[in-house]
Design a protein around this ligand. Structure first.
Ligand code: PHE
Length: 518
């Protein structure tokens, strides 16, 4: 079956591609900022707990499904139970429409800033440069204000690069690219870390703000209810970050694992992917804290006023710090933005692959045709984020997709596999080769992981209903957040109801009860 399906040339190629998907823009700025905000070294505790009780079990689940059913998310889920094909579509649709459309624009910004680094074009006021000259940010999310031409060009370049990578089959495209890009990314990161920690003021910032643990911030049992509630938010954020950083809930890992050979150690691969990803975030944090510490010291401002959240960390704080460096400023900027471009591209192609593979699986179209149409349409779709309101729109889309779309996808995946299929059937498949998966995994998939995700979901809904996210107007949130999600859902349903090309939906062997290795 599926002998036409090409595959990874080597396990290391697969691992580098999966790690490439996991390591993205979020590892560099999202993790560092969260550590700072949520208790420094103490944040590692909820982060690691989230990794063990949700991240790893779902990573193994996704690898297991893809490897067992040898298909993209919709094909695999349809083979398991056709009633859940829509869920298989929901995940890659959210990946493509929900994330990639704006993720490509942020990689585009990195391309612009990579060029600006050569001349330190942001000058003395990087904040004014970013918002007023570069984005020309409009006054509200509903006021698009036309497209920003430099961003349109860089975004086009990003889509062309992704197209060139995804166009070829998996081993010649994504695998080869990852084998080249990922080692370069690791080397650049090590250079950045070594350089940053040697700067004046870096050591203090790292010790006092990054590694120093503020245990109160994670204490769920604090006697003061307000403190306990705040600690709850920290735990929720840690789970959200683990999901996002491991690229779970998009069907990406299902798709990547579908190209693996029969004899594969799934558990080991999942462990390596997750550990390398999280270690990368931790190490990259030294570079971020080092340089922000240096900047704070040279400007004589407290550290907590120097650091900023989200994109501002990369596009305002970093440029500011780069300009202050005693020498070789340009190289520092060039390396930093190149790092982001490489990390972003290897994540971007995985988002496209999850959707492209799903379409080729179902409709039997050629990969080249699907990827070309998808990248063309994707570029057109991302234009809205290159408008002068782009920053607002991507902030809203990101909030809804990561907090609702992803968490829903992950929870439903657990419920379908845990309850409808029965987790132990999948476990018995996973246990056919390599490291054995203990029975406690069933418990995670059936009970704890979905329960935690549902709890997270309710926390965010509660929060969003009590105050408008980011201070946006209600109609803007409904239109750009809720509306976006609704379009994704409708598209997923339409694709699920479309007929399969003959011969594509053949079920794979399901182990009999007495074959189960439980
Ligand atoms: N994991 C990537 C990051 O941390 C982002 C991403 C999410 C990529 C989902 C692909 C899918 O930045």
């Amino acid at each position: 079956m599926n002998s036409d399906r090409s595959g990874w040339k080597s396990n290391i190629g697969f691992l580098l591609a999966a790690i490439g998907s996991a390591i993205g823009l979020g590892n560099v700025w999202r993790f560092s900022y969260m550590s700072f905000e949520y208790g420094g070294g103490a944040f590692l505790i909820p982060y690691l707990v989230a990794l063990v009780v949700a991240g790893l079990p779902i990573m193994i689940l996704e690898y297991g499904i893809g490897h067992w059913q040898k298909g993209s998310a919709p094909l695999s889920l349809a083979r398991i139970d056709h009633r859940f094909e829509w869920l298989g579509w929901w995940m890659p649709v959210v990946a493509m429409m929900g994330i990639m459309l704006y993720y490509s624009v942020i990689i585009g910004w990195c391309v612009n800033y990579f060029c600006y680094s050569f001349t330190l074009a942001w000058g003395k006021d990087p904040e004014g440069f970013f918002f007023k000259q570069f984005l020309e940010l409009s006054d509200s999310a509903s006021h698009l204000g036309g497209l920003r031409v430099p961003i349109v060009f860089s975004t086009l370049l990003v889509w062309i690069s992704c197209w060139a990578i995804c166009f070829r089959d998996i081993s010649h495209g994504i695998e080869k690219t990852s084998i080249v890009f990922m080692p370069i990314l690791f080397v650049l990161t090590i250079i950045m870390v070594a350089w940053s920690v040697s700067l004046d003021g870096a050591g203090n910032a790292i010790i006092n703000h990054y590694l120093h643990a503020d245990w109160n911030k994670i204490n769920l049992f604090a006697s003061d209810p307000a403190k306990a509630k705040a600690a709850g938010e920290v735990w929720a954020a840690a789970f959200g970050q683990i999901f996002f950083t491991l690229s779970l809930g998009f069907g990406i890992m299902i798709t990547y694992a579908s190209y693996l050979p029969d004899k594969t150690d799934i558990v080991k691969n999942a462990l390596v992917t997750s550990i390398v990803n999280c270690l990368y975030s931790f190490i990259a944090g030294f570079a971020v804290f080092g340089i922000v510490g240096f900047m704070a010291k040279s400007q004589g401002v407290p550290f907590d006023q120097a650091i900023k959240s989200g994109p501002q960390l990369a596009f305002v704080v970093y440029p500011k710090a780069i300009s202050l460096l005693p020498g070789m400023n340009s190289i520092f900027g060039v390396i930093f933005f190149l790092m982001l471009i490489l990390a972003g591209l290897t994540s971007g192609v995985s988002l496209i692959e999850a959707f492209a593979c799903a379409v080729t699986d179902k409709f039997g179209l050629s990969r080249r045709k699907v990827v070309s149409i998808l990248c063309g349409a994707g570029f057109a779709g991302s234009l809205i984020f290159t408008s002068r309101a782009g920053l607002y729109l991507l902030d809203i889309a990101d909030h809804f997709i990561t907090n609702y779309g992803l968490v829903c996808g992950g929870a439903l995946e657990c419920i379908v596999i845990g309850w409808v299929l029965k987790a132990r059937i999948l476990r018995s498949h996973i246990n056919r080769h390599g490291t054995r998966l203990p029975a406690v995994w069933d418990f995670f998939i059936r009970f704890s992981t979905p329960a935690i995700l549902v709890f997270l979901f309710s926390l965010t809904i509660n929060d969003d209903l009590s105050k408008n996210y980011g201070g946006y107007h209600t109609d803007q949130l409904i239109l750009f957040g809720g509306g976006w999600m609704l379009i994704c859902l409708l598209l997923a349903l339409a694709l699920a109801f479309a007929p399969w090309k003959a011969g594509k939906l053949v079920r794979r062997h399901e182990p009999e009860e007495d074959e189960l290795l439980v």
